[in-house]
Design a protein. Structure first.
Lengths: 358, 337, 264, 294, 243
């Protein structure tokens, strides 16, 4: 028989946002390949991609086109919070569940939308955790916030600030910058002029992140450059970042949700399959996309077969264990499990250790 | 050399008023039937986006094609219209149509402000000044977080209130078709008024300024004032487009009004054929629909789009209006021969 | 008040006093004072670079004078912008042709009616009877003006495609469309052959009969000497001489600086 | 706030400024001669950066030869695009068509590069970019020193070329009146091609110079182009001296805005300055006199 | 004498509109030939075709025995054809000196020759040397005309085509200009002269062609042409006959 579960994928495939889209697609393709070898409950999976361009209007158009022409049973994606937020009313009206991984804005699940689910911890969950660990375990009292001027950058920085100051820490400066900044020497110089700094929470993507880390080291602010400050950060940076950044990354402490050395079989299998297929190390984006498909497969196994039943299945998920951790949704459809959040620290030989702070 | 002018003659001046009347009737008929033909939400969405872009394109054409002011910052007025009206609604609970008027007026005023530069600057200096203006507006929207929410965005913006007469709902703008009728109707009205305006002495005056300001002044034309006027009108129309955009998409982030948007609008005007009003209408429709149609191409979509844009200007340099004109002329000649 | 050819009666239409204009170190116009009586044809001649066109530019408002004043029909013009002067009745042509090249000859002339439209504001948006009447009137008058300069056959040719001489005539027609009381013409005969100059001469005379005062800058002495009432000769920005054509032709300084052996 | 910091920011600003100037020069040249705003210029910069990257990593001859390769790739691409698109367009005698075509070319090039190189940023390290000179608490990387020196040299060469050589004068003549330039014995098409190729070569070379500084993705050039335009205008279109001055000013504004205000405000400050300057001097900082006798 | 310029059956058009049909003319080495005609007759158009600014629809242009019909303007300039175009066309934002230098573009490798020629131009038009570092666009009309002439002389061409060289010049200079033209001619340059001032043209040239609406309607020696009643009526005007 040829029953199919149709999955619509809204990924940014053009413009700078395609940074996410390409990696998402890799994860999805891997998952599909694995699932369709056997099928699930007699269902094959088919995915249709639409370029949602990381921007509200194009995302709306893409979502409507998906819904009208492909008629998906479930939609995964957008990475950018603005786009996800713009799409949410549309999926609600069309009654198709949306499974999101990478948008961190709290607004997506507060108040919840019955048709939208998120498996990644949102900005608040990450921020509270990071602030508390910085204050308690790292004994940090003075912080400088560096963040890109985007929804995610500002949102994450705000949450950190609130929680860090609530605990008694002090934020010396909040420095936001556009995505078009290339040279961070001026910013690093300014940070260097602020006196003693303990932690520098940094919220940017890989490209600018590299430049920042190198500039901070060059200015002698961070450990990598002979200073005392430690950069900390959330889920955004991929593995291999420290190799690219070199010595400058020394001492960088950051959260990862996907740990390629994770000993659980599901993670080990994913890593080896991914390397076999693509001949490179997987990133958290790959893993999240993979998990989205695999979670849907799990729901189908539990009886999901159309939008409504898939939505119910998603909501009923209990302790599903994916590559990026466990999944269980609260009443707002936010994943509440944080069990695979790891802290890791970059060592002098550019390897890293997991700090086991959870 | 004077390709656009010939197009103008054929499509503007030389057309009899009866032919124009028929044209408008056709336009109304087309607007009415379109959402009935394209009856899924995706295509109805595209139709509305087309209508919004038509507004943007004719507004820019009035500034660029008629007054000859190379404005690369049209996205700024679009954004200002959107933000001003939305903030009034969201923060001060101002009724939609009042906020609409305020958004239009504010965008118009911003245009007037920019035109103070246009009065003094020549050609490409104005182009970059207007580009700079658009960058500043975008950056202000981005950085004035306490007012605009910056990149955090504004969500859940309501559509215009339903049109209710005597307790019966005539048009509920949550309905895509009704929304399309609203925007398209407004665009048609704007087009009508603009086309009346450019076929009045105002059209000649603006053209004169475009061609040569010194000799325009020798005929008593106050170039500065007319440029201000053109900018004011064109940017106010863009402001209206912005108001519709916000309530249509329901989500407002500054990046929607990045300068690339201004380039898009400019491309619509040029591809359609500037200096005619009808050209930019077709340009807007083409360049809105084209990327959607190209979605099937996947990752190469924008490569093809870029190539298409290049080849359109390469092979129909006077824009679609001129191409239509040429075809029309050929047909006419054949008939009369 | 009817205009008289000798212009002796009444106030001068244009009066300039100690006009001065410098460009960097160049004194293009300095200490120029003269009166142009109503209805006169006043010619300004002088060697190349003497400052004649600059003078026209000062009167028409393209430049502001650095010093001195000028008044038109009793109104002080010194700081008035160019476009306003047109409303008072000053029009000009350009020595280096400046037509709207993409517009047809007819549209060029119609553009000249800018200050004379009689259309209620709302009819710009909703064309009514007054609008249609005004349009028709403009068109008819523009055709008449083209006829006047001998170009009715070229009405629908883009100005940029006209020959040099034709463009000169179109410049004149366009300036006349503003219905000037004072017409400033800068080298109207340049590029015309002798026969065509004769036609121009007739036209200028008939303008004067229609009551238009003319300031003429020209190097064609056939035209100047036959049409001008008074002539001012400039050299290096200054006035060298002023008088009737006969006086000018006899003046040795003028002959030495400007005329040469030409007319003797 | 120490003087060291003020000084350090001055150096940072000068580096940034030189970086922008390197991009702006080609723009000025193309505008100055062809009176064309080239939005695709940024993508030539990106292309140069990638050319240098791949040459260095695949051939392994070091950084300096890769700059030469980037220059050649830029020139070749410039020739190709000029011959296939802009030359036919220029014959149509409408200055806005090439403008739109440059937008089209830009979209095309960006997305082709996206298809080939992918969106994930490349890490381009050279033997110079990790090498830092420190002096009295002040630091600057060798790469940045090279950028400053190369921009200074290029500018000087271009200036001499435009102002003092016959070809330079011929270029300016072509920009003012192509037809009449032909009457003088100047081949306008050749000079136009030459201009475009030189500008593209400059962009390619600029790309190689900037690659270690940029976040190297197919969109890298776009991040500097808008400011390059600001510089071109502040300096006065087609004016080499003005471009240098404007570049340094913008660079300094950028580093001091970062220091004393917030980097988010950089664009606002730069473009507000641009508007202010245009309000006072509508033809740029060092303006050529562009009036005509009417 | 051999023909320097030989034009046969030239048909010229702007777009679709033909403005010259079947123009044939000939100019011998060392000659001054005048081309006269009413406004719009096609004189400037013919000169543009000779200089290579307009390619003919039909017909041939031979220069020095060589067919140059297909050559672009800059190649013709190298062969020794120079044109003083209608409307002066000086480079407005280059200085007077730079304009002149560009006139000598073909001899750019030879600075001393250029210098000598420039001095000659300055001697002829002292006004230009006073204004040598001023932008050409700010010159007065007549000064620009002098510059356009001087610029063409900088190339010391074999054939100098003059489109109304006296336009906008003061009478005293007009007189000199025609002296100069004769002097240039005496020094070996052949001249094709378009001039509205028919009297001057006939005095200066040896032979002439009369153009009317794009065709040659009369030609011959200037002495004969001057007596042609058609020419007298159409181009010499009342003032001429009056005198
Ligand atoms: N914008 C300017 N900048 C510098 N010099 C100028 C400018 N405009 C005019 N001049 C100079 O001023 C002088 C007077 O110029 P003007 O055009 O008034 O002369 P003119 O009498 O009209 O001469 P012509 O008969 O040759 O047209 C000239 O020498 C000219 O070079
Ligand atoms: N660029 C052009 N496009 C179209 N037609 C043109 C163009 N230039 C000239 N013409 C037409 O060609 C014809 C001949 O023009 P041309 O300039 O050769 O005349 P001319 O004999 O030089 O006249 P004049 O004495 O007025 O300079 C005219 O009818 C003119 O309208
Ligand atoms: Mg003059
Ligand atoms: Mg002519």
């Amino acid at each position: 028989q040829d029953k199919t579960i149709k999955i619509g994928a809204l990924f940014p495939m053009s413009g700078p946002g395609s940074y996410f889209g390409t990696q998402d697609k890799q994860g999805v393709e891997l998952a599909l390949e694995q699932i369709n070898q056997t099928g699930v409950n007699g269902y094959k999976f088919a995915v249709h991609y639409e370029d949602s361009a990381c921007s509200p209007l194009p995302a709306t158009q893409a979502a409507k086109r998906l819904i009208e022409q492909f008629k998906p049973d479930v939609i995964i994606g957008e990475e950018c919070s603005d786009a996800t937020l713009a799409v949410m009313p549309i999926v609600e009206q069309a009654k198709v569940p949306l499974l999101n991984a990478g948008s961190s804005s709290i607004k997506i699940t507060q108040p919840g939308n019955p048709w939208t689910f998120r498996i990644m911890p949102n900005e608040v969950m990450q921020g509270i955790n990071l602030a508390e660990n910085a204050y308690r375990r790292m004994n940090a009292r003075r912080a400088v916030l560096l963040f890109e001027n985007t929804n995610a950058g500002i949102g994450n920085a705000q949450v950190f600030k609130e929680n860090f100051t609530r605990l008694g820490g002090k934020v010396l400066a909040e420095i936001g910058f556009g995505r078009d900044v290339n040279d961070f020497t001026a910013i690093a110089t300014r940070v260097a002029g602020l006196g003693e700094v303990d932690v520098i929470p940094t919220y940017t993507l890989e490209g600018q992140g590299l430049k920042i880390t190198q500039a901070l080291a060059q200015a002698g602010v961070t450990k990598g450059g002979g200073g005392n400050a430690i950069q900390i950060g959330t889920i955004w940076l991929p593995f291999g970042f420290e190799q690219k950044a070199g010595k400058a990354a020394l001492g960088y402490i950051r959260i990862v949700q996907f740990d390629p050395t994770d000993a659980r079989p599901v993670a080990r299998n994913f890593v080896s399959a991914f390397k076999a297929k693509y001949n490179t190390e997987p990133t958290h984006l790959n893993a999240h996309a993979y998990d989205q498909i695999m979670l849907i497969a799990d729901v189908v196994k539990r009886g999901g077969k159309d939008p409504e039943t898939i939505r119910e299945g998603l909501a009923a998920t209990k302790n599903y264990s994916g590559v990026t951790g466990s999944v269980e949704f609260d009443k707002n459809n936010q994943n509440v499990k944080m069990d695979t959040i790891h802290y890791m620290e970059t060592k002098p030989d550019m390897s890293w250790v997991s700090l086991k702070w959870n | 050399m004077s390709e656009t002018v010939f197009a103008q003659q054929w499509l503007g001046k030389a057309t009899s008023s009866r032919a124009r009347f028929l044209g408008y009737l056709t336009a109304v008929a087309v607007i009415v039937t379109l959402p009935l033909v394209f009856n899924d939400t995706y295509w109805r969405t595209n139709l509305t986006v087309c209508a919004i872009n038509v507004l943007l394109a004719i507004g820019l054409d009035f500034i660029l094609g008629y007054a000859g002011q190379l404005n690369l910052g049209h996205s700024a007025f679009y954004g200002l219209g959107a933000y001003v009206s939305t903030l009034l609604i969201v923060k001060l609970a101002v009724p939609f149509w009042l906020a609409f008027v305020a958004g239009v007026a504010f965008a118009g005023l911003a245009g007037t402000f920019l035109s103070l530069f246009a009065v003094r600057l020549r050609g490409h200096y104005l182009a970059i000044a207007s580009l700079g203006f658009a960058v500043i507006v975008h950056q202000i929207l981005l950085n004035w977080i306490s007012l605009t929410q910056g990149p955090l965005g504004i969500y859940g913006i309501a559509p215009p209130p339903a049109l209710v007469v005597d307790g019966t709902v005539i048009a509920d703008f949550r309905n895509l078709t009704a929304f399309f009728y609203l925007v398209a109707g407004f665009a048609l009205l704007s087009f009508l008024l603009l086309s009346q305006l450019v076929r009045s002495p105002v059209g000649e005056t603006l053209t004169a300024i475009r061609e040569d300001e010194v000799s325009a002044a020798s005929l008593g034309i106050n170039a500065a004032a007319w440029k201000v006027f053109a900018f004011g009108v064109g940017s106010a129309i863009a402001g209206a487009a912005g108001c519709f955009y916000a309530s249509f998409v329901g989500t407002l982030v500054p990046d929607a009004f990045f300068i690339t948007e201004a380039f898009n609008i400019l491309a619509m005007v040029i591809v359609g054929g500037m200096g005619t009003l009808i050209g930019p209408v077709f340009g807007a429709v083409l360049l809105t629909i084209l990327p959607e149609v190209l979605r099937g191409l996947g990752d190469l979509r924008l490569v093809v789009y870029g190539a298409a844009l290049t080849f359109v200007v390469l092979f129909i340099p006077g824009g679609m209006a001129q191409a239509a004109n040429a075809v029309g002329e050929r047909l006419w000649r054949r008939r009369s021969a | 008040m009817s205009a008289t050819a000798d212009g002796a009666a009444g106030e001068p239409l244009l009066r300039t006093q100690e006009l001065q204009k410098n460009f960097g170190g160049v004194k293009a116009v300095s200490e120029i004072s003269f009166d142009v009586p109503m209805g006169a044809i006043f010619a300004v001649i002088g060697p190349n670079g003497a400052g004649k066109s600059t003078l026209i530019n000062l009167i028409s408002g393209v430049y502001r004078p650095d010093a001195g004043s000028l008044s038109f029909d009793g109104v002080d013009l010194s700081t008035m912008p160019a476009h306003l002067r047109v409303r008072f009745g000053i029009a000009r042509t350009f020595q280096k042709i400046r037509l709207f090249r993409q517009l047809t000859a007819l549209d060029n002339v119609i553009a000249g009616f800018h200050v004379h439209h009689k259309i209620p504001a709302w009819q710009y948006l909703v064309h009514g009877a007054a609008f249609t009447a005004d349009r028709r009137r403009c068109r008819d008058q523009a055709m008449q003006l083209l006829e006047f300069v001998g170009m009715s056959g070229r009405a629908h040719v883009p100005a940029g495609s006209l020959s040099y001489g034709e463009q000169r005539m179109l410049e004149l027609a366009r300036a006349l469309a503003t219905k000037p009381r004072l017409l400033l013409i800068d080298e109207p005969a340049a590029g015309l052959n002798a026969a065509e100059v004769d036609g121009l001469l007739d036209r200028i005379r008939s303008l004067r009969h229609g009551g238009t005062t003319v300031i003429l800058v020209e190097h064609n002495m056939d035209l100047v000497m036959n049409v001008a009432d008074r002539i001012m000769v400039m050299e290096y920005g200054r006035r060298l001489f002023e008088g009737t054509p006969a006086e000018v032709q006899k003046n040795p300084a003028v002959i030495a600086a400007y005329l040469g052996g030409e007319l003797l | 706030m120490t003087t060291t910091i003020v000084l350090q920011q001055a150096i940072n600003g000068i580096v940034l400024g030189s970086l922008y100037v390197l991009v702006a020069l080609g723009l000025t040249l193309i505008y100055g001669v062809l009176v064309q705003i080239n939005f695709a210029h940024a993508d030539f910069v990106t292309l140069g950066a990638f050319a240098a990257y791949f040459f260095m990593h695949l051939v392994g001859l070091g950084y300096i030869p890769s700059i030469a390769v980037a220059l050649i790739v830029g020139a070749a691409m410039g020739w190709l695009i000029n011959a296939s698109i802009f030359t036919p367009l220029r014959r149509k005698n409408n200055e806005l068509l090439p403008l739109i075509a440059t937008i089209g070319v830009s979209v095309m090039m960006q997305n082709l590069m996206l298809a080939w190189f992918g969106p994930i940023p490349y890490a381009f390290e050279t033997e110079f970019s990790r090498h830092v000179i420190r002096f009295a608490g002040i630091f600057v990387s060798w790469q940045n020193v090279i950028i400053i020196v190369v921009s200074a040299l290029t500018i000087a060469l271009l200036y001499v070329f435009m102002k003092f050589t016959f070809l330079g004068k011929a270029l300016r003549a072509v920009s003012q009146d192509r037809e009449t330039a032909g009457l003088m014995g100047i081949n306008p098409n050749f000079l136009i091609m030459l201009t475009f190729v030189i500008a593209s070569a400059l962009a390619g070379m600029g790309g190689a110079m900037l690659a270690p500084v940029l976040v190297l993705t197919p969109f890298a050039g776009t991040s500097v182009i808008v400011k390059a335009f600001a510089i071109v205008i502040i300096g006065g279109f087609g004016n080499v001296e003005g471009t240098i001055l404007a570049g340094l000013i913008v660079g300094l504004i950028e580093s001091y805005t970062t220091q004393f205000l917030n980097p988010g405000l950089i664009d606002i400050v730069v473009f507000a300055l641009l508007l202010l300057m245009l309000a006072i001097r509508p033809t740029g900082l060092i303006s050529e006199r562009r009036e005509e006798n009417v | 004498m051999s023909a320097l310029l030989e034009i046969a059956g030239l048909e010229l058009a702007y777009g679709q509109v033909a403005v010259c049909r079947n123009i044939s003319l000939r100019l011998d080495r060392g000659e001054i030939v005048a081309l006269i005609g009413a406004n719009g007759a096609g004189k400037s158009t013919t000169l543009r075709a000779i200089a290579g600014l307009l390619s003919p629809r039909r017909g041939t242009i031979a220069f020095g025995g060589r067919d140059v019909t297909a050559l672009p303007s800059y190649e013709r300039s190298k062969l020794g054809i120079a044109l003083v175009p209608e409307g002066r066309r000086v480079f407005p934002f280059l200085t007077v000196r730079e304009n002149l230098e560009l006139g000598g573009f073909n001899s750019r490798k030879d600075p001393s020759t250029l210098k000598r020629r420039m001095e000659r131009v300055f001697a002829m038009f002292p006004r230009l040397s006073e204004r040598s570092s001023q932008n050409a666009g700010t010159l007065s009309g007549g000064e620009q005309q002098m510059l356009a002439l001087g610029r063409a002389m900088m190339s010391e061409p074999q054939l100098l085509c003059l489109d109304e060289p006296s336009l906008g010049l003061a009478p005293i200079i007009v007189h000199d200009i025609f002296q100069t033209i004769r002097a240039i001619n005496a020094a070996g340059t052949s001249i094709l002269l378009v001039e509205q001032n028919a009297r001057h043209a006939f005095e200066t040239a040896q032979r002439g062609y009369v153009l009317q609406t794009g065709s040659v309607i009369a030609s011959g020696s200037c002495a004969t042409l001057k007596r042609d009643p058609r020419v007298q009526e159409a181009y010499l005007g009342r003032t001429a006959t009056r005198r």
